[in-house]
Design a protein around this ligand. Structure first.
Ligand SMILES: NC(=O)c1ccc[n+]([C@@H]2O[C@H](COP(=O)([O-])OP(=O)(O)OC[C@H]3O[C@@H](n4cnc5c(N)ncnc54)[C@H](OP(=O)(O)O)[C@@H]3O)[C@@H](O)[C@H]2O)c1
Length: 302
């Protein structure tokens, strides 16, 4: 197959990881098509003019038309709604984003005989390193989608790899996650109440995550994947939250006003990193300490 003619369809392409993946796919010579919603925010890591954009109207018929127009060799499914905790009013949108949307995609792939999928799961499907124990409803919806996927794999010959991601970080991250929180504290030096900080976190740089999708795509294109394979995208070097903050403080050359134990651990706080089988042929390359050095030396500190 001519690598330059490979066609990718990416969902969640306006998100943090999806937008980095789109860039990486383009650089690797893929023709990239993205699925977005009518009200999607504009992607920030690439120009929309560089990709072929398809707006999903929310219906299964619309998804079938869309996938038929694109005829992708590989579908990269990243779209998801993440909520660490949910309210009753979140149930419908969690199921709509994490189950219904994905099912529409699988059905459309079946209709058009498109049979290679890279799906996105989460290490939070494996609370306390169990085979299946969801940390929260978000993780349970990821598992629900995998159950649906199982049907399409067995009954319709889909070949799929689910990449289960842990924590991620990197440039142009709009999410209010750990790195951005620490940057804010470093800049305004306002006290921040945190948990006791003894949890082990597994941080993978977004460039490494994007590479994992490409490695998985090569694997599924080589036709060695029979059925559904699941792999961890793990740094292999978990670090305790307190130690990670110490690294940041070392780069900044000063202590941060963090009140350790100022808030309790959450219900089902993830204390240990999931030790799943890592994607063959892939390993994390970006060094966390060096990344922290880069990210925190450029801050505009008072
Ligand atoms: N980031 C992490 O640390 C992490 C950890 C574990 C797993 N993951 C998984 O990795 C994937 C990417 O994560 P991320 O952090 O890049 O997510 P993100 O920045 O929150 O982006 C989510 C993406 O999903 C799209 N989306 C949500 N609901 C949709 C729907 N109903 N229909 C179509 N598109 C929809 C959003 O599109 P709009 O522009 O329309 O909102 C957006 O492009 C997700 O599957 C997530 O669960 C991430």
């Amino acid at each position: 197959m001519n690598k330059n003619l490979r066609i990718a369809l990416v969902t969640g392409a306006t998100g943090f990881i999806g937008s980095h993946l789109v860039l990486r796919l383009m650089r690797a010579g893929w023709q990239v098509h993205i699925v977005r919603r009518a009200n999607s925010r504009i992607a920030y890591a690439y120009e929309l003019s560089d990709v072929k954009t398809h707006t999903h109207d929310g219906t299964t018929e619309g998804m079938i038309r869309l996938v038929g127009d694109v005829q992708p060799e590989v579908v990269f499914h990243l779209a998801s709604l993440f909520l660490s905790q949910h309210e009753a009013s979140d149930v419908e949108r969690l199921v709509a984003s994490n189950v219904l949307f994905g099912n529409q995609l699988l059905e459309a792939m079946k209709v058009h005989g498109i049979n290679r999928l890279i799906n996105t799961g989460t290490s939070w499907q494996h609370y306390e390193n169990k085979a299946y124990s969801p940390v929260n409803l978000y993780a349970a919806t990821k598992q629900a989608f995998e159950s649906l996927l199982h049907y399409y794999v067995e009954a319709h010959g889909l070949r799929a790899i689910t990449l289960k991601l842990s924590d991620t970080y990197g440039p142009q991250d709009p999410r209010p996650k750990l790195m951005n929180l620490l940057k804010r504290v470093a800049e305004d030096m306002q006290p921040l109440a945190m948990s006791p900080g003894e949890q082990w976190i597994d941080l993978v740089h977004v460039d490494d995550v994007a590479q994992a999708y490409l490695t998985a795509a090569e694997r599924v294109l080589a036709d060695t994947v029979q059925g559904h394979e699941c792999y961890a995208v793990s740094s292999g070097q978990p670090i305790q939250l307190r130690e990670m903050v110490r690294l940041v403080e070392g780069v900044l050359g000063r202590s941060l006003p963090i009140k350790w134990g100022g808030r309790a651990y959450r219900n089902r706080e993830v204390m240990q990193a999931w030790e799943g089988t890592v994607l063959p042929g892939w390993s994390a390359q970006v060094n966390l300490a060096q990344s922290i050095q880069t990210m925190f030396t450029d801050l505009n500190l008072r």
